[in-house]
Design a protein around this ligand. Sequence first.
Ligand SMILES: *Cc1c(COP(=O)(O)O)cnc(C)c1O
Length: 495
Amino acid sequence: MNYISTRGHSQPTTAAQAVVDGIAPDGGLYVPTEVIPFSAQQLQALAGEPYHNIALAVMRRFFAGIDDAALQQCVHRAWGPNSGFAGQVAPLVRVGDAHVMELWHGPTSAFKDVALQFLPRLLSQARAQLGMREGTLILVATSGDTGKAALAGFADVPGTRICAFYPHGGVSTIQRRQMTTQRGDNVCAMGVYGNFDDVQTGVKQIFTDPDYAAALRARGWQLSSANSINWGRLAPQVAYYVAAWCRLYADGQVAPGEPVDFVVPTGNFGNILAGWYARRLGVPVGRLVCASNANRVLTDFFEQGLYDARRTLQRTLSPSMDILVSSNLERLLFEAGGRDAAFVRDCMAQLAQAGVYRVPQQLLAELRTGFAAGSADDAVTRRVIRAVYERYGYMLDPHTAVAWDVYERMRAQGGLSARQCVVLATAHPCKFAHDVLEALGGARMADERAALAALAAYPGVEVPPSIAELWALPERHTGVCERAQMPGAVLTSLG
Ligand SMILES: *Cc1c(COP(=O)(O)O)cnc(C)c1O
């Protein structure tokens, strides 16, 4: 039994069950009971290895009990030389004094591919090991990026079906086409009249309706989710922190044991928390810098110890970070708070009832030894995109630009702890062609296709083939429905 719930009211369980469940029965999040660190020698030995071998070593630490040959196959298919990353999962690019870790080389040009190319395969194996006869039905409410990455990850994975709902008219043309053109016999994408909140509410209602669950079971399906509360999505992200340190060590940029700082554009706190687990694995992780946009709930939290979600969500240029409740912080509260499940239950109850909780000063001090935080609004984001391109010829997407600004200010103020700093790049700039073009001083184009063409004319910009082909592919999923019709649409898609 390797996994326990942050809320302490669920039985410890296996890795396979934790991945299939997604969320623990008591509403908490699963964490590993223990993390066995790599020794300094093991880490240095990994440094010469290709990415998929480093990732395999990390996955073995977290998924003991999953058949090893199957685990190897999952890792190879997700990240090996013939995967959707074509051998480039997390390359480091020198920009000024920093190293930018490009996490967007996967099939949908966003960092969520790194985990979502692996999770479906792992889930399939976990189901097989548990002897599950029912199929796994994944429902996703998406404001853009997650939907496509999940569709691409689950496409044609045996025993699974996926349905992604997005707000009709509420996602960019590129994002919509990415979803509507998705191939695969087990996928469905559907627009919903309303905004993202409406879509999310619709999906939550489906998840919490026992009658509906029974109807699905009668047809041989069980619901599950693919968001970052699932440990199977978090663990794969640990691997690129390990790989980054290994690469810098192999290149002679850090000495044995020398720490590296990481700056992470943050929304749900999944990406940056993976860095915290990398530290637990024995990787010399210096400071983890949490970069937020104008929705700076986490910045305020790390400054004051007060998590206050009582504010209006702002729509920004970095929509994947427009979040007020960062689910994965619960795991950090549990771990850093001495694995005190009663404390976590208390915080989460206050958050649910009052929208706010405060952590003790001692815990805040402890958190601040490992984390720092900063935020950047849209005006700064635009300025940074332009300045970095003009100075270095390197184009940032709006999410990464937020991180870059926080990095530069921290460095100027002496807030970094290490000589080497890695800035995580979470999306390709072409995914946000309109806004990036405008930030660079280009004219506002009539549509996104024109903006993409204009951006492609800038030196050093390569449009990813998967985005370039979007207008040549047939749109397969053109359905739009009312929120009330979502449950019916799911049943229809099951045939
Ligand atoms: C999801 C996402 C983020 C935020 O990552 P979290 O793990 O939710 O903190 C940042 N940038 C992009 C482009 C994303 O898609």
